[in-house]
Write a protein that binds this ligand. Structure first.
Ligand code: ATP
Ligand code: MG
Length: 349
């Protein structure tokens, strides 16, 4: 049995009345990237700081590669955990050059090894030649790449990334996200990546953990989390979604205003039970049809797509993602056709 790089058990952190992290269980396996998705204040940074050792847990434990770091046996300081952390801002020492920033964590190496390691990680983040620049002479994206290089330089067992791209524009974010993922994958470095951006969470990770009010509510593969969120609250956090009412049938489907839909329920449904089905905008096709069951009420043009909101005759509304050039102006009567080929997540109503 492989040893997890990071294992948190019943990790709990209380600040006065605030339960910042509430009984979190988390394993990160060798080479794995886990992202933690949650809204502001839900406890993401605190969770990382508990793992890195900047906070001591109120209760619970942290193991790194099988060795207890926080728990009954006390607290191992951050610099002896073999873990690196990249934070959102002020990551670099402003009065030190890039080279000295990176060499900072390499006191154990002799002079030549240190220079070699600095060169290696600067190459990795594609900033060779920037050794003698100061942080203020770098763009935000370059600064975060140096911060990443500094974190990777001591060859940590795992890196913790706390919204490292949140100060950058969206093009830069996407580019860096891909770069960072490639670097982590190439080195098989395990990582936890914290973000409140679901696209970022999904795109980077092998598994996504959803955090609400200090609790890690669900953790799983990105498509599993997206299609089968355990609760409607998680559904709203992890995707753009609407809910339509339905009545469970004996065959595992449900009668809904969109017709009979196949359901995936976490608890078995009883026939006749009132349920609520989650639909994503990409689950629904629209065709102009005077006798259709809905009317387009608004259009949100997003450039690469347009989101149409449709009011169903049942009084419920759903959204449909269309190509940017699709017509169907507001007021169009439409037929709404579910096109999803896997079951719809369903919740008791
Ligand atoms: N040192 C502290 N003292 C008191 N309360 C704290 C402390 N650090 C965090 N908290 C509280 O714990 C909760 C979780 O904070 P945390 O910083 O972990 O959230 P977060 O998910 O990282 O939020 P954000 O996305 O805004 O960074 C918040 O209610 C916060 O106010
Ligand atoms: Mg935070």
């Amino acid at each position: 049995m492989e040893t997890p790089v990071i294992r948190g058990r019943a990790l709990t952190k209380r600040f006065g009345d605030t339960l910042a992290v509430d009984s979190a269980d988390l394993d990160v396996w060798p080479g794995e990237i886990v992202s933690i998705l949650g809204t502001s204040g839900c406890g993401k940074t605190t969770l990382l700081r508990l793992i890195a050792g900047f906070e001591s847990p109120t209760s619970g434990s942290v193991h790194i590669l099988g060795t207890e770091m926080s728990g009954a046996s006390g607290l191992v300081p951050p610099n002896r955990r073999g873990i690196g952390m990249v934070v959102q801002e002020y990551a670099l020492f402003p009065h030190m050059t890039v080279e000295r920033n990176i060499a900072f964590g390499l006191q154990d190496l002799d002079g030549r090894e240190r220079v070699e390691r600095v060169d290696e990680v600067l190459d990795l983040v594609r900033l060779a030649g920037f050794e003698s620049r100061y942080p203020y002479e770098l763009s935000g994206g370059q600064q975060q790449r140096v911060a990443l290089a500094r974190t990777l330089a001591p060859n940590p067992a795992a890196v913790l990334l706390d919204e490292p791209f949140s100060n950058l524009d969206s093009t830069m974010r996407q580019r860096l996200r891909t770069e960072v993922e490639e670097i982590l994958r190439a080195r098989r470095t395990a990582a936890i990546f914290v973000t409140h951006d679901r696209e970022e969470a999904f795109a980077m990770a092998d598994r996504v953990g959803v955090m609400v009010d200090g609790r890690l509510l669900q953790i799983g593969a990105p498509d599993q989390i997206y299609h089968f969120p355990a609760t409607s609250e998680i559904a709203r956090l992890t995707g753009t979604c609407d809910f339509v009412s339905g009545t469970a049938r004996p065959d595992g489907g449900a009668e809904t205003p969109l017709g009979v839909l196949q359901c995936a329920a976490s608890e078995p449904l009883t026939p006749g039970q009132a349920v609520s089905l989650m639909v994503h905008p990409d689950d629904l096709e629209l065709v102009a049809d005077k006798r259709g069951q809905g009317t387009v009420v608004s259009r949100e043009f997003r450039g690469d797509e347009v989101i149409l909101k449709v009011l169903l005759d049942s009084g419920e509304s759903v959204r449909s993602r269309r190509r940017s050039f699709s017509k169907l102006p507001a007021g169009s009567k439409v037929k709404v056709i579910p096109v999803k080929t896997i079951p719809f997540a369903v919740y008791p109503r």
